[in-house]
Design a binder for this molecule. Structure first.
Ligand SMILES: Nc1nc2c(ncn2[C@@H]2O[C@H](COP(=O)(O)OP(=O)(O)O)[C@@H](O)[C@H]2O)c(=O)[nH]1
Ligand SMILES: [Mg+2]
Length: 165
C-alpha cells in the first residue's frame, strides 16, 4: 500500500494481544520485519497499529477511540483459533468510523472462520469480513484492494457500514 499523508486516510488496527495486527501491517507494507510486542500506537504506511492491551483492558479502550479520530476505517482482527472475543458485544459501534473485520491465521490447524466471523459480528462489525493468513498471503491481495479503495474514498462508508468503493 502507498503511504498516506492525508489526515484520516488511515486504517486503525484493533484486536487482542496476538491477534496478528503487527504481522498483518508488515505484510501490507511489504516489510519483512518480524513482529515484536507492540507497546505504543505505531504509524506505518496507511496503518495505525495498536497494542492489544488497548482492546483488552477496559481502562485503555478510550485510547482506541481517540486514535480512531485519525482513521477513516476501523479494521477489527480476530484470531481464527481463538474461541473468545476480547470485545464486549457491540463494542465496535462506539467508534465514529465504519469497521471491517479480519479473521486472521486461517492457515493454522483449528482455525474456525465461521466461529470467528460470528464473534466479529457479535462485537458489532457490520461491514465486510475477510479471512486472511498474513504468513501465507492467503486473502491478502483482495484485502489490499479493499483497503486501497476504502481509504481512497472521500466518504468512508455507506448505510450498512461497508466502506464504499
Ligand atoms: N500461523 C500464523 N501465525 C501468525 C499469523 N499472523 C500472525 N501470526 C503469529 O501470531 C503471533 C502474534 O502476532 P502479532 O502480529 O505480534 O500480533 P499482535 O499482538 O496483534 O500485533 C506471532 O507469533 C505471529 O508470527 C498468520 O497469519 N498465521
Ligand atoms: Mg502487535
Amino acid at each position: 500500500m502507498a503511504a498516506h499523508d492525508h489526515f484520516r486516510d488511515r486504517c486503525l488496527l484493533v484486536g487482542a494481544v496476538g491477534a496478528g495486527k503487527t504481522t498483518l501491517m508488515h505484510a501490507l507494507n511489504d516489510d519483512p520485519d518480524r513482529a515484536r510486542k507492540t507497546q505504543v500506537a505505531e504509524y506505518v504506511g496507511a496503518c495505525i497499529d495498536t497494542p492489544g492491551e488497548y482492546a483488552e483492558i477496559v481502562a485503555f479502550r478510550s485510547r482506541l477511540v481517540a486514535l480512531s479520530n485519525e482513521a477513516r476505517l476501523l479494521v477489527v482482527l480476530h484470531d481464527a483459533t481463538r474461541e473468545r472475543s476480547c470485545f464486549p458485544p457491540g463494542f465496535v459501534r462506539i467508534f465514529p468510523c465504519p469497521a471491517i473485520g479480519l479473521v486472521t491465521k486461517i492457515d493454522l490447524p483449528g482455525a474456525d472462520v465461521v466461529r470467528a466471523t460470528a464473534l466479529l459480528r457479535e462485537a458489532g462489525v457490520e461491514g465486510e469480513i475477510h479471512p486472511v493468513s498474513a504468513t501465507l498471503g492467503t486473502g491478502m491481495a483482495a484485502l489490499r484492494q479493499r483497503l486501497s479503495s476504502c481509504l481512497a474514498g472521500r466518504n468512508g462508508e455507506n448505510d450498512n457500514g461497508n466502506c464504499s468503493g
